[in-house]
Ligand binder design. Structure first.
Ligand code: P6P
Length: 331
């Protein structure tokens, strides 16, 4: 069996073709940070990091020790590449200025959710890290420099800390997945050119919010639940892991739709998931794999951001199903 391609070899080949070689050292730092986070997590309860802090993040969510450990790892490792002019994190209220000495090549902005789904850590369910890379128009970026449409992303990806640790990312030329070989610490290409099937019989949504949804979502889910006895004429399966990274990864591997729609509990917030470091990077990945990503009203990657921690409704996955759900919003 031929040795699979390492992530370093892949970057050298792949980015060469795209004239984006400058991304390689920065991405290798991102991947190192994810590997370090994976190491911290795999210790589980033995590592003594499972508790809650007294603090809340700007989202009003209790911060877990691991949220801040992952956050600090991401900042510490990634600021040193020399390519990053500024960062933004789900766990930090304001943008993160990178020290002058680390800005010699400062051309990019790195936005991230350091530990998505962290409430799952205590029950040993998969969690992940989501990252998004934008071009910076300044070596001293202000908040306005971060508020770019998702279609402006240079790169987006996630690490999935599951039964194995994986990295999946796109630089705008398809989606590829890499699996960590734990003994060598090397990531190997295991999921080349990931594609989302246009049709599916599987949906992911938190059903406990049914009574708070808008009519188009209730209509879509009602039809899925009627299955072969209703107008869809086929049965559906449901999944809900409460970890967006795990849901999106499953959809990349076997199709499906993931939905966190607007609900009447959230109107002031605008939704549950954050645009800049959850919805945008995942939408870039999903579209690059042939899927679709919408709020129900507009394409997520077309949205003009109004705030660093802005929340949006999220519908993403198999293109034909997203098309149907969007059509229900227009009916
Ligand atoms: P709920 C995790 O907190 C997260 O941001 C996503 O990863 C996940 O899909 C969603 O929230 C889960 O939300 O309301 O089901 O706990």
């Amino acid at each position: 069996m031929t040795q699979p391609v390492t992530i370093t070899e892949f970057l050298a080949q792949h980015l060469q073709c795209e004239h984006k070689l400058a991304l390689a050292p920065m991405l290798l730092d991102v991947f190192s940070a994810c590997k370090r986070i994976a190491t911290v997590i795999e210790g589980g309860a033995l590592a003594g990091n499972m508790g809650n802090l007294e603090s809340e993040n700007i989202q009003g969510e209790m911060q877990k020790a691991l949220d801040m450990i992952a956050n600090d790892i991401f900042i510490e490792i990634n600021q040193q590449s020399g390519y990053i002019a500024g960062m933004a994190s789900e766990e930090m209220d304001d943008i993160i200025q990178v020290a002058e000495k680390f800005r010699q090549n400062g051309d990019y902005l790195l936005l991230f959710d350091p530990l998505d789904g962290s409430s799952n850590v205590n029950v040993n369910i998969s969690v992940g890290t989501i990252f998004s890379i934008l071009k910076s128009s300044s070596k001293h970026p202000a908040l306005a420099d971060f508020l770019q449409q998702g279609s402006a992303q240079i790169c987006a990806g996630y690490a999935l800390y599951g039964t194995s640790t994986m990295l999946v990312f796109t630089t705008g030329n398809g989606v590829n997945g890499f699996t960590l070989e734990p003994h060598s610490g090397e990531f190997y290409l295991t999921h080349p050119d990931m594609q989302i099937a246009a049709d599916t019989q599987e949906f992911a949504i938190n059903m406990s919010n049914y009574r708070f949804w808008q009519e188009p979502i209730q209509r879509y889910i009602d039809e899925c639940l009627l299955g072969a006895d209703g107008e869809r004429e086929k049965d559906f399966n449901m999944r809900w892991v409460a970890s967006m990274v795990a849901e999106v990864h499953r959809i990349l591997v076997r199709g499906g739709v993931f939905m966190y729609p607007m609900d009447s509990k959230l109107p002031a917030k605008g939704g549950k998931l954050r645009l800049m470091y959850e919805a945008n990077p995942m939408s870039f990945i999903v579209e690059q794999a042939g899927g679709a990503a919408s709020t129900g009203i507009e394409r997520i990657l077309d949205m003009m951001p109004t705030g660093l921690h802005q929340r949006v409704p999220v519908l993403m996955g198999s293109a034909n199903e997203i098309e149907r759900i969007v059509a229900y919003h227009q009916a």
